[in-house]
Design a protein around this ligand. Structure first.
Ligand SMILES: C[S@@+](CC[C@H](N)C(=O)[O-])C[C@H]1O[C@@H](n2cnc3c(N)ncnc32)[C@H](O)[C@@H]1O
Length: 494
């Protein structure tokens, strides 16, 4: 049963838009003293395990919620659990999602104030889910209060970081033309601006609403409380395929799964989520045996550190899925190639035949990666402004190699014939290697910053930057290694 205080807690965070080159939203912490190291919405939240069991869910008797160190809270084995065990089972009614139905008691009415709000405010399904969560947080007597009272009071993700910390990410931009749209400051700025616009839209709709129909029980909402809700969804919701038309006919929708969302991430998880079709339950099942005191982990997905940072507020060391996006910038590549001692680089002014090969190679590669029509790509490729990836599973984007094949050759036939493995040799000539020297701080400096007494947000920013550098250094080593095994005649005619 929700306490009356539940409805008063919506506004513990307030917006403070910083008008610097980047913008961020600042938390104002609740004045209540929290009993936990990881403050939760309620200073003394309800027993989540007990609530799930009482409401018809199942929790393995050897599981408990525990302190997961820097990972926050976690679900942990209190004794050894064998492989293939059912760890948690949640009935459909304990999954928190947006569903519109006139008859279903667990769903929201299509004519409800929340539905009116969702219809009138533009946003994604994630934002709609955030509004639903805020509504339940504000509602006295909400079924979900025992779950919501256990949610973090604040999220350590970049939209809440200071302008100073965001500048740490801007420095990465100095490193060879990072694709701007994927840079952290750009994303933070975009998200903050969205939240401020969202606040305006929501407030303007709420102005006309009768107090009795207010979706947030009469409480004000602002960019920061909306930011809290969106962050809760981005860092905790699972995307599940919906089955009924009310759910959104087959689309993937964000769903909050109480208790299951206490599992932290691992690329090598010891548990998986499965759907039990007959009983309409969601299960977490152990994939391996889990020893005493070992946390139950799930795989959140093959994400880059950029996504982990922006949506979840953490960074994975040696993340095999991490990559950087670079702009194919001829002038910059020429400068880098000269510095690396590549004779007569002509990235910025290819000859007509080089340009032709370049366009066709890029078309080919792009066709593989994209469903966009070639017509749309033409202006992009003819201007030689393409984005390429370094890192991830493929290590080097074939499009960049194709560009090198054309541009670093002075022999049309040889350029057309050479294969991708030959092209790897060109990378060792390092048109990008000297860029490493342009990192504003060296790897060791970052490592020593991390050993110092720094805030959580600075730690994350520096860790993110360090991981990108390590990834690029690793890539350089791999390329150099490949060149060494290539026969001499494999090098292009230059
Ligand atoms: C779904 S919640 C997991 C429960 C969470 N630890 C808590 O205290 O409520 C996801 C959050 O847990 C933390 N987390 C999960 N996996 C992590 C990991 N591998 N490294 C660092 N933090 C992690 C991050 O704060 C992330 O936003």
């Amino acid at each position: 049963m929700a306490s009356a205080t539940a409805s008063k807690l919506l506004l513990t965070a307030t917006a403070d838009f910083l008008s610097s080159s980047t913008c961020s939203l600042r938390h104002r912490r609740a004045l209540a003293v929290s009993a936990s190291r990881y403050p939760r919405i309620a200073p003394f939240p309800q027993d989540l395990v007990g609530w799930v069991k009482r409401e018809g869910g199942f929790v393995h008797p050897k599981l408990k919620i525990a302190d997961g160190g820097e990972y926050g809270l976690t679900l942990v084995a209190s004794e050894d659990i064998p492989r293939g065990s059912r760890l948690v089972a949640l009935p459909e009614r304990l999954t928190l999602r947006l569903r519109w139905s006139q008859d279903d008691d667990c769903a929201d009415r299509p004519d409800s104030p929340l539905s009116q709000l969702v219809k009138r405010v533009p946003g994604t399904v994630g934002n709609e889910m955030g509004l639903k969560l805020l509504q339940e947080r504000a509602k006295t007597g909400s079924l979900w209060w025992p779950y919501i009272s256990n949610l973090p009071e604040a999220f350590d993700i970049p939209i809440f970081f200071s302008g100073e910390d965001i500048k740490t990410y801007s420095m990465l931009l100095l490193f060879i033309s990072f694709k701007h749209a994927f840079s952290i400051p750009y994303q933070v700025n975009k998200r903050c601006r969205f939240l401020l616009a969202f606040e305006k839209d929501v407030k303007s709709v709420l102005e006309d609403v009768d107090p009795g129909d207010h979706p947030f029980s009469g409480q004000d909402v602002n960019a920061s409380s909306l930011g809290w809700a969106m962050s809760a969804v981005s860092s905790r919701a699972f995307r599940l395929r919906c089955k009924t038309p009310q759910d959104g006919s087959g689309a993937d929708v964000p769903v909050l799964l109480p208790l299951i969302d206490m599992c932290n991430h691992s690329f090598n998880p010891n548990a998986v989520i499965v759907e039990e079709k007959d009983n309409q339950k969601l299960l977490v099942v152990s994939k391996t045996s889990i020893e005493t005191d070992v946390p139950v982990t799930l795989n959140y997905g093959s994400l880059t550190n950029d996504f982990f940072l922006l949506d979840y507020g953490f960074v994975i060391s040696s993340n095999p899925h991490d990559h950087v996006e670079l702009k194919y910038d001829g002038v910059l590549l020429d400068a880098a190639a000269i510095a690396a001692g590549v004779p007569s680089p002509s990235f910025s002014s290819p000859t007509e035949w080089q340009r032709e090969i370049l366009s066709s190679s890029i078309y080919m590669e792009m066709e593989l990666f994209s469903s966009v029509s070639l017509k749309m790509l033409r202006p992009l490729t003819s201007a030689l402004l393409v984005q390429v990836n370094l890192g991830g599973e493929e290590k080097v984007d074939g499009r960049l190699l194709a560009a090198f094949r054309a541009v670093l050759s002075d022999d049309r036939e040889a350029a057309q014939k050479s294969d991708l493995s030959t092209l790897m040799s060109l990378s060792a000539e390092a048109p990008w290697e000297p860029q490493l020297r342009h990192f504003p701080t060296k790897i060791m400096e970052d490592e020593s910053i991390l050993k110092g007494d720094i805030s959580e947000s600075t730690r994350l920013a520096v860790e993110f930057r360090l991981q990108k550098k390590l990834m690029i250094v690793d890539l350089m080593r791999e390329l150099t290694r490949r060149v060494k095994v290539l026969p001499k005649e494999a090098f292009l005619n230059r």
